[in-house]
Structures are given as structure tokens and as C-alpha cells.
Ligand binder design. Structure first.
Ligand code: NAD
Ligand code: TYD
Length: 347
């Protein structure tokens, strides 16, 4: 089968390709990515010369380029990861989020409809639990929770989810959707909480915790997410949505404390001095209090379950960052550094 993976040079897409390209020599994987600041081709070094893998640089917001991509590769399956993905960036500059996440998804749907006609192919849309907005102290997001996005990022993902479902209802495009909780693991760009804290701690820089650090996220190891997507692609029902999550609700401050403990254990540094780097900073505007996923549909219908606990996943993640210093050095250059200085410099 010919599989088009969008955004495969980003965090989750690269983990997905690194997992599946060697496992499935019978499929061809075409990775179409614009190579924004968040992409890193070094993340794909292990599969770059695999006979069943190709890379092509494409901006999904460019309709003509997306049409040409479909004409050239004639994919039978699209796994759509490409997005602007960072909430803080969406607050600082929402335009790219509307362009890539909404218009880009629209362009892919239009090209898919054009080459597949009605009832052929499969469009798998990778989305987030942030479309559901914020939970209070109790309750879980299910697949029927009302959409209530808070940030320009989550609003743009919500819009893209609606477009994907509309193409199924209106044009009979075969689609599947997954909405997943916060991912962590190897290859994550260090603007997100966990890799940012690991890298700052290693550099002896402040660990900026928003507000009181009491916001809760439901963490899932990235490989568990990738396996869940592949499970849904292969065995999920067309037109359906599946929530993905690992039952790992943790307050941000507890994430940072645990990271300090694991870093101390793996580097020999003092846990107390690492904790001393924690700095409480101004809260994010519109900061969702709590996310928590009910993944029972996926578990019940398709038998998926996570393999990592937060403890095992976090240890693997810290070890990965410690053992991949050249990857870390790469992302510290260029756009990343500029962004960090402009947006994270004064905290
Ligand atoms: P990421 O920011 O690490 O990577 C995004 C990738 O998309 C990059 O390689 C980038 O170059 C590419 N891209 C951006 N704009 C593009 C464009 N216009 N055309 C082509 N490529 C473009 O993101 P991620 O964390 O890997 O997230 C991947 C997907 O998973 C996103 O759709 C995101 O909404 C979703 N998701 C992420 C999480 C998470 O915790 N990271 C959780 C649930 C869902
Ligand atoms: P983030 O990794 O940006 O993911 P999301 O906003 O998509 O959930 O943030 C995770 C949580 O960590 C969120 O509650 C905001 C918080 N946070 C901090 O406290 N400090 C930071 O420097 C960052 C980037 C996030």
C-alpha cells in the first residue's frame, strides 16, 4: 500500500515512521513535510535510505502543491500529522495555525476526494484532546464531549476535525479520527513542557512553571500513541473517532519534580539543586486547567492499551535526551534559539 504521511519530520510523525517503515517493507511511506522550525530530518536518519521510504518537501497550505503530491504518489492511505502544534506560539501568532491546520487539512481533503472519488482510500486525521476545552476537577473527555476549544491552536484543530467529519458525511470520504492527550518521548522539540524542562535543567537554566503549576495533563508515551493510530488505521471503523490516552493525569509541578528526581538519578546531580531551578512565571492566557481522556472505546473495541507507565516512559525519555546530545545541539540553533530568546528569555 502507498501511504502518505504528512508532518513526518515532526515529533510524533517521525516516531511513527521510525516505528513502521522497518516493520512494514510491504508498504511505501511518503513523508510530506514543509520542514518548519519544528521539523528535524536528523530524527529520520535511521530510515532515510530505506527502499520503502521517500521524503518530499511540501507545504500543505499550498493547494497546487498538494494536488501535485497526490497526482505523483497516488496514496491509498493518508495519515495526517502536519500541523502547527504549540499553544504558546498560537497565542503569539495564530495566523500560521489557521493556514496550516485548517487550510492545509482542507487542501488534503480536497485532493483526496479528487483522486479517490467516493468510498475509496482512507484519511486518518491525527488530532488532540484540546478540542474539548478544559475539565474541572472531575470527569473525563469521551468521544461525545462537546467541542469547546480555548486556544487558537485547539480552535484550529477543532475546525480541522469538523472538516474531516463533514467530508465523510457529505462526500462519503472514508475517514477516521483520533484525539490524543499530551505526548512525550524521544524527538520532541524542546518548546513543550517535558523536553524544555530536561534541557533547561541540564543547562542549569530556570524551569519556568506557569501559574501555580496545578494544571493537569494526561501524559502518553509517544510510541503508545503511534501504536494506537496504527491500530485504528487497520481495525477502526470508518467514520469513527477514538480518544487515545494513558490514564496518567499529573499536575505540572509534579511532572517537574519527578523530572528533577529522574535527572538526578541519571546524571548524578543533586535533586535539591535541580529543584532550586524551578521558577513560577506568569500564567498562560486561557490556560486549560485539566485534560483527562477516557480511552475505553479504543480499549474495548480494538483492544489497545498503553505499554509504558509515566514512570517508565519518563525514564526512557530522559535517557534518550542524555544519549542524543548531537540532536539536542542541532535544535538549539537557528529558529529555535531565536524563539526561546524572544518568548522565554525574560522569565
Ligand atoms: P510537531 O510540531 O512536532 O511537528 C509538526 C510537523 O508538521 C513538523 O515536521 C512541521 O514541519 C510539519 N508542518 C507544519 N506545517 C506544515 C505545513 N504547512 N505543511 C507541511 N508540513 C507542515 O507536532 P507533533 O507534536 O508531532 O504533532 C503532530 C500531530 O499530532 C499534530 O496534528 C498535533 O495536533 C497532534 N497531536 C499532538 C500531541 C502532542 O502532545 N504533541 C497530542 C495530540 C495530538
Ligand atoms: P505544553 O507542553 O505546551 O502542552 P499543552 O499546552 O498542549 O498541554 O504544556 C503542558 C503544560 O505545561 C501546560 O499546562 C502548560 C505548562 N507549561 C509550563 O508550566 N511551563 C512551560 O514552559 C511550558 C512550555 C508549559
Amino acid at each position: 500500500m502507498k501511504i502518505l504521511v504528512t508532518g513526518g519530520a515532526g515529533f510524533i510523525g517521525a516516531n511513527f515512521l521510525n516505528l513502521l517503515v522497518p516493520r512494514h517493507p510491504e508498504h511505501t511511506f511518503v513523508n510530506a513535510d514543509k520542514l518548519t522550525y519544528a521539523a528535524n530530518l536528523a530524527s529520520l536518519a535511521g530510515i532515510a535510505s530505506a527502499p520503502n521510504y521517500r521524503f518530499t518537501r511540501v507545504d500543505i497550505a499550498d493547494a497546487a502543491a498538494v494536488d501535485a503530491l497526490f497526482d505523483e504518489h497516488q496514496p491509498e492511505l493518508v495519515v495526517h500529522f502536519a500541523a502547527e502544534s504549540h499553544v504558546d506560539r498560537s497565542i503569539a501568532g495564530p495566523r500560521e495555525f489557521v493556514r496550516t491546520n485548517i487550510e492545509g487539512t482542507f487542501n488534503l481533503l480536497e485532493s483526496a476526494r479528487r483522486i479517490w472519488g467516493s468510498g475509496n482510500g482512507l484519511f486518518h486525521h491525527v488530532s488532540t484532546d484540546e478540542v474539548y476545552g478544559s475539565l474541572g476537577d472531575t470527569g473525563l473527555f469521551t468521544e461525545t464531549t462537546r467541542y469547546d476549544p480555548s486556544s487558537p491552536y485547539s480552535a484550529s484543530k477543532a475546525a480541522s476535525d469538523h472538516l474531516v467529519r463533514a467530508y465523510h458525511r457529505t462526500f462519503k470520504l472514508p475517514v477516521k479520527l483520533t484525539n490524543c492527550s499530551n505526548n512525550y518521548g524521544p524527538l520532541q522539540f524542546p518548546e513543550k513542557l517535558i523536553p524544555l524542562m530536561i534541557m533547561n535543567a541540564l543547562d542549569g537554566k530556570p524551569l519556568p512553571v506557569y501559574g501555580q503549576g496545578t494544571n493537569v495533563r494526561d501524559w502518553l508515551y509517544v510510541i503508545d500513541h503511534c501504536e494506537a493510530i496504527w491500530t485504528v488505521v487497520n481495525r477502526g471503523a470508518v467514520g469513527e473517532t477514538y480518544n487515545i490516552g494513558g490514564n496518567n493525569e499529573v499536575k505540572n509541578i509534579d511532572v517537574v519534580h519527578t523530572l528533577c528526581a529522574v535527572l538526578a538519578e541519571q546524571t548524578g546531580r543533586s535533586e535539591e539543586s535541580l529543584r532550586g531551578l524551578i521558577t513560577y512565571v506568569k500564567d498562560r492566557p486561557g490556560h486549560d486547567l485539566r485534560y483527562a481522556i477516557d480511552a475505553s472505546k479504543l480499549r474495548r473495541e480494538l483492544g489497545w492499551g498503553p505499554t509504558e507507565t509515566f514512570d517508565t516512559g519518563l525514564r526512557k525519555t530522559v535517557r534518550w535526551y542524555l544519549e542524543h546530545q548531537s540532536w539536542v545541539a542541532d535544535v538549539r540553533t537557528g529558529e529555535y534559539r531565536k524563539w526561546i530568546e524572544q518568548n522565554y528569555g525574560n522569565r
